[in-house]
Design a protein around this ligand. Sequence first.
Ligand code: IMP
Ligand code: MG
Length: 182
Amino acid sequence: MEPRITLYDKTFVPFISARRLTEAIDRVAEKINADFADARDVPVLLCILNGSLVFTSELMKRLTFPLELACTRLSSYVGTSSTGQVRQTLTLPEHLEGRRVIVVEDIVDTGNTISALSGMLQERKVAEVRICTLLLKPEAYHKEIPLDYVALEIPNRFIVGFGLDYDQIGRNLPEIYVLENS
Ligand code: IMP
Ligand code: MG
């Protein structure tokens, strides 16, 4: 990994290597496969753009049961902090009624995004919602919604890479970097 990376006005240092990411994704995929191995339905894997694009593509390659991929887009972040307001900028796919949905998030921070999304999915009368997230900031998360699959827990610091951005840049970094001195 690069010893430091500059994105606009901020400096980031190495935090999670590609190897740790791969191992964590392997583990979480194994759990999901165990839970869905005997599924008679075709669950929907719902990628929350843009952040979870990279995680979703890595995760879905490891899932061994028939599934349907769908995408939606929600955003709550401006710069390095959550605004608390979740905007849906790409509508949910049709045909969700009665389906089991596995939501794939890059990171759960305050939980505003998944809680807003869970509400939208209940309105669509889905059969079940499970949440799968690559990262969780437990110190920031105070919602009741259970997180079914968490690949890695991290402290409450601002990170970029592997799909996560700082003002829309840094998503293409293959590893995760953390804001220096945060
Ligand atoms: P929440 O709604 O506060 O849980 O925030 C979730 C969303 O905020 C995630 O899907 C990310 O897009 C973004 N986010 C939260 N923490 C970070 C971070 O450390 N770096 C980059 N984006 C983040
Ligand atoms: Mg996101």
